[in-house]
Design a binder for this molecule. Structure first.
Ligand SMILES: Nc1nc2c(ncn2[C@@H]2O[C@H](COP(=O)(O)OP(=O)(O)OP(=O)(O)O)[C@@H](O)[C@H]2O)c(=O)[nH]1
Ligand SMILES: [Mg+2]
Length: 294
C-alpha cells in the first residue's frame, strides 16, 4: 500500500519577534518572508507552500499578536484571526528567554481547537542546558497535550525535529495548490516587503511603524525589471528623516532594496523610490485598503 497523501494548513502564531518568519523561511528552505530585529515586522498573513511527493503543507506566517492601538493593528489582528479559522495544525512560537506568563496570555487569547506544536525558540541565547530543560518542563506541565520542542530557528538547532511532528499531525487529503506554487502572494508584494525590510534595518524609532510601501510600476523588460515604489509616511518630519542629509539615507535605502530585489527576482532591477506624506494613514480605511491592508 502506498502512503496516503497528506495536506493541510499549518499556521504559525506567537508574540512579535518570536521568530515566526525566520521559521517559515527555514521550513521552506528559502528566503520568502522578511525578518527584522524590531517587533511587528510582518503585517500580513502570508502563505508559504511546501510540496513533496507524499504531502503538501500550506504554512501561514502571521503578524505577532498584540493589543491593537490603531486601525493598521486591527487589520493585522484580523489576519491572525483568519489564520486561526482555517488551521489544521497550529505552530506556536515563543522566545524561551521570555516569561511563560506572556505566552499564556497569547495562548489563552487563541482558544485553539487544533493540534498544537509549541516551539520554544532562541535556545542559542540560553547559556546552559539545564535552564532549557527546566523551561521545557514548565511548559509541558502547563500544556500536557501539546508537542513541545526547544529550538533555535536561527542557528538551526533541533529544527530537524519540527517537520516530522507536523507530518504526524497533518490530515490526509489532496493538494490545495499546484505543486510548483510557493506562495499566494505576487512578486510585486514580495518586492514591496523587501523595501519594508530595508526600512526596518536602516531607520530607528517610529519610522518603520509609520511606513508603508506601494509598488506603482513593475515592468519586466528583456534585460531588467523596472520598479517604481511609493514610500508612505505620516508626517513631513518623517519624510525628512527618510531622505537623510542631502538625500543620503534614501539613496542607501534604494541601493540596499535593489540588491535584495535582484537576489529575489534573479534579475537586474532599476528601482525608483518616491516618498509621500499621508497624515494618519494608519487609521484611514481608504489608505489602508489602497496599501493592501484589507
Ligand atoms: N538569537 C536568536 N535570534 C533569532 C532566532 N530566531 C529568530 N531570531 C531573530 O529574532 C528577530 C525576529 O525574528 P522574526 O522572524 O522577524 O520574528 P517574527 O516572529 O516574525 O516577528 P514579527 O513579524 O514582528 O511578529 C530577528 O532578528 C531574527 O533574526 C533564534 O533562534 N535565535
Ligand atoms: Mg514576522
Amino acid at each position: 500500500m502506498p502512503e496516503p497523501f497528506k495536506s493541510g494548513f499549518v499556521n504559525i502564531f506567537g508574540a512579535p519577534n518570536a521568530g515566526k518568519s525566520t521559521l517559515l523561511n527555514l521550513l521552506l528552505g528559502e528566503r520568502l518572508v522578511i525578518i527584522s530585529p524590531k517587533v511587528q515586522t510582518t503585517r500580513h498573513r502570508i502563505l508559504g507552500i511546501l510540496t513533496e511527493p507524499t504531502y503538501q503543507i500550506v504554512f501561514s506566517d502571521t503578524p505577532g499578536i498584540i493589543e491593537p492601538k490603531y486601525k493598521l493593528h486591527q487589520k493585522m489582528m484580523l489576519q491572525v484571526k483568519s489564520a486561526l479559522e482555517d488551521a489544521d495544525v497550529a505552530i506556536l512560537m515563543h522566545d524561551i528567554t521570555q516569561p511563560i506568563e506572556d505566552f499564556e496570555t497569547i495562548s489563552n487569547s487563541l482558544k485553539l481547537k487544533v493540534p498544537a506544536i509549541l516551539l520554544l525558540n532562541k535556545t542559542d541565547k540560553v547559556k546552559d542546558k539545564s535552564t532549557i530543560e527546566a523551561e521545557i518542563s514548565k511548559y509541558k506541565e502547563r500544556y500536557p497535550n501539546w508537542e513541545i520542542l526547544a529550538v533555535s530557528a536561527q542557528k538551526k538547532t533541533n529544527t530537524e525535529k519540527i517537520l516530522p511532528l507536523i507530518l504526524k499531525a497533518l490530515p490526509e487529503g489532496f493538494a490545495f495548490y499546484p505543486d510548483d506554487s510557493i506562495s499566494d502572494r505576487t512578486e510585486r508584494f514580495f518586492v514591496s516587503e523587501l523595501i519594508r525590510e530595508q526600512i526596518y534595518a536602516l531607520y530607528e524609532e517610529e519610522i518603520p511603524y509609520h511606513a508603508a510601501v506601494l509598488i506603482q510600476a513593475f515592468e519586466e523588460k528583456t534585460t531588467l525589471t523596472v520598479i517604481k515604489a511609493d514610500i508612505i509616511v505620516s508626517r513631513e518630519t518623517q519624510k525628512m528623516i527618510l531622505l537623510g542629509k542631502g538625500g543620503s539615507m534614501i539613496k542607501q535605502l534604494g541601493i540596499n532594496s535593489r540588491i535584495a530585489m535582484e537576489e529575489f527576482l534573479q534579475k537586474k532591477v532599476h528601482l525608483e523610490l518616491f516618498i509621500k506624506v499621508r497624515p494618519k494613514w494608519r487609521d484611514n480605511d481608504n489608505y489602508l485598503k489602497e496599501y493592501g491592508y484589507n
